[in-house]
Design a protein around this ligand. Structure first.
Ligand SMILES: NC(=O)c1ccc[n+]([C@@H]2O[C@H](COP(=O)([O-])OP(=O)(O)OC[C@H]3O[C@@H](n4cnc5c(N)ncnc54)[C@H](O)[C@@H]3O)[C@@H](O)[C@H]2O)c1
Length: 365
């Protein structure tokens, strides 16, 4: 079994991330080692619940745990205050107390919602993450950011609440639809670009081979999760280093917004990374052959292939609203070399426009 430790300096709470194919069958052993109470609450969404809910319940029951399954709708509409409140009331009705454990079984939506609820229920109860999407395995389940949405926007109510452990079973990905796989791969590529060239060379094998080969997939998840853990360990609250995780995201969010969130997040990030690589060549000295290699890798993964039909002006207008703005100036994460991120401020709008035209809106490739 692979293990990543996530120390949180200055805090007594550090935790471990375990990665192993079939790990869900050994979940009880992990819980026993942390002396969690036998009564626990498994929170999942309707799709993951129908695929794995009963199975995980019985794995826990057979080990003398007493779990209850709570199910929420699929997708962003679960990350809302009414759903969080409904879950809190169900927990109370089921006799949950301050020591009760919540388990998030699902993608980033279930993880964010469960984490949020666990952080405020009776002023905070422990929770663990059992991610079932690639995106959650390498990103959302690690780092303790929790959130729900408001009608005004995504992730506007949230807390920092670290899970007590993260149990990653790559076998969950067997049932993950191709579009969701690509979403996760976009974040994996991003982690490679900012920190791990070896990870990028693993990705060169292409998605079909990666998802067929469990050992390869486990290696990729391990590397990508380790990068997220390293960054969070240094900068839990996104004061500095954690910002490098936003590579490709500043433009990605603007594209998502301009598409009224019809563009999937991974696709948006992929387009954002394509343009950010181009900007990196112009502003940060990224050698053009490295930029071209990076762009090829993104497309080889099946991302950013269909041309985008968005109004460039609306995308540009969406930029200043980006929450990654610092003191009113647009801050971009760029690359000096592949694997060497740099925070760059005050990028001329003209250059952003040019990179968008070249990479996103069908200019020269
Ligand atoms: N907290 C963080 O640091 C952080 C980081 C990145 C993203 N996020 C959040 O994560 C969310 C996106 O997460 P996501 O991409 O995992 O989406 P998701 O949780 O909505 O899951 C995507 C879809 O896949 C289904 N699914 C999940 N696991 C499956 C499996 N093994 N087999 C078949 N279907 C499965 C789900 O039912 C859902 O329909 C967003 O809300 C985003 O804000 C949080």
């Amino acid at each position: 079994m692979r293990e990543i430790s996530l120390p949180l300096p200055g805090r007594d709470q550090s935790y471990r991330i375990y990665i192993d194919p079939g790990l869900r069958f050994r979940l009880p052993q992990l819980l026993v080692s942390l002396k969690f109470p036998r009564r626990c609450f498994l929170i999942t969404d309707t799709r993951v619940g129908s695929l794995y809910g009963e199975q995980v319940l019985s794995i826990l029951q057979e080990a003398d745990y007493s779990p209850t399954l709570l199910t929420v709708p699929r997708g962003e509409r679960a990350k809302t205050w009414p759903v969080a409140q409904r879950l809190a009331r169900e927990l109370l009705a089921l006799g949950a107390d301050r020591k009760s454990l919540c388990l998030a079984l699902g993608g980033g939506v279930v993880g964010d919602l469960t984490g949020f609820l666990a952080s405020i229920f009776m002023r905070g109860v422990p929770f663990i993450q059992v991610p079932t999407t690639l995106l959650a395995m390498v990103d959302a389940a690690i780092g303790g950011k929790t959130a729900i949405n408001l009608p005004e926007g995504k992730n506007l109510l949230g807390t920092f609440h670290q899970p007590r452990l993260v149990a990653i079973d790559p076998q969950f990905l067997r049932s993950l639809p191709a579009a969701q796989r690509r979403n996760g791969l976009a974040e994996v590529i991003k982690h490679g670009f900012i920190q791990d060239l070896d990870l990028l060379s693993h990705l060169e094998k292409g998605p079909a081979r990666i998802f067929r080969d469990e050992a390869e997939l486990t290696e990729i998840i391990h590397r990508a999760a380790a990068i997220k853990a390293q960054v969070v360990a240094v900068d839990e609250r996104e004061g500095g280093l954690r910002r490098i995780l936003n590579f490709g995201h500043t433009l990605g969010h603007a594209l998502e917004q301009a598409s009224h969130f019809r563009l999937p997040h991974g696709e948006a990030v992929a387009w954002g990374m394509l343009a950010a690589l181009r900007l990196s060549e112009k502003m940060a000295g990224l050698p053009p052959q490295e930029g071209a290699w990076g762009r090829r890798l993104i497309r080889q993964t099946g991302l950013a292939r269909r041309p985008l039909h968005l109004d460039p002006q609306i995308v540009i207008e969406a930029l200043p609203l980006d929450k990654k703005r610092r003191e009113g100036r647009l801050v971009f994460v760029l690359l000096r070399r592949l694997g060497e991120p740099v925070i760059q401020e005050d990028i001329p709008l003209g250059l952003i426009n040019e990179a968008l035209q070249q990479e996103v809106f069908g200019g020269k490739r």
